[in-house]
Design a protein around this ligand. Structure first.
Ligand SMILES: [Mn+2]
Length: 234
């Protein structure tokens, strides 16, 4: 599905004469001379929240039930079920989407994962080790296209452990090694993973490694965490 979406995205970009970039991430890759509108708000929980509030505040922009479902799903994913970066604006956007027919039962069913993936996620959580008393790291051994789903959900779950401030889950897809990083806020995950060319948000970020070896990638993360602890917390 990710590949299909990427092709769709590339075709839309190629054929469009005017492009509006709406994003809650600071890093921009899609800006070119066709870009006529640039709307970035890094304080928003999600791009879906920004789009929802734009629709709500514009007169005569109709929204269908399926669009309401898609936007509320986007908000739920990016806030990890309203637990990260969700504020009054986020809740207002969610309420508006519920009024427009976003069906919670349908959204719940979209988030189901298959049994195999759930087992990889459970194993990833189980095999996590401490980099620091409040930082966990783990490897997701599922080498499939959907590994990022198990990895990012496992990284979210590790933050639910009492006393944990940050989590990392490494995974590989088609020989490339990635990491999903999550933080409760004390550690700036965006800043941390920007040291390996990644990024995202202070509480949720990711990176892709040059190395194709997952253990080497783990050592890189360990070294960065050690450096940051020396620089900032000692
Ligand atoms: Mn996001």
């Amino acid at each position: 599905m990710q590949i299909a979406l990427k092709c769709l995205h590339e075709n839309i970009l190629k054929n469009a004469s005017n492009i509006a970039v709406i994003d809650h991430h600071a890093t921009q890759t899609d800006i070119n001379d066709k870009t006529k509108l640039l709307y970035i708000d890094t304080t928003s929980s999600s791009t879906s929240e920004m789009v929802t509030l734009m629709i709500e505040n514009s007169e005569d922009v109709p929204i269908t039930k399926i669009e309401a479902i898609a936007l509320l799903s986007g908000i739920i994913v990016d806030t990890n079920h309203f637990s990260i970066n969700a504020d009054r604006k986020t809740m207002r956007a969610a309420a508006y989407l519920l009024d427009k027919g976003a069906d919670i039962k349908k959204i719940r069913s979209l988030f189901r994962v298959d049994e195999n993936l759930m087992q990889f996620k459970a194993k990833t959580v189980e095999s996590a080790i401490h980099l620091k008393p409040d930082i966990l790291i783990s490897k997701c051994e599922c080498d499939c296209e959907e590994a990022y789903v198990a990895a990012s959900q496992a990284a979210n779950d590790l933050l639910d452990i009492d006393g944990i401030e940050a989590s990392f889950v490494l995974y590989s897809v088609n020989g490339k090694v990635y990491v999903s990083g999550r933080s409760c806020g004390k550690i700036d995950m965006n800043k941390l993973l920007s040291r390996v060319g990644g990024g995202g948000h202070a509480t949720m970020a990711g990176a892709q490694f040059e190395s194709e070896n997952i253990d080497e990638a783990q050592t890189i993360i360990e070294n960065i965490v050690n450096d940051i602890y020396k620089e900032e917390y000692r």
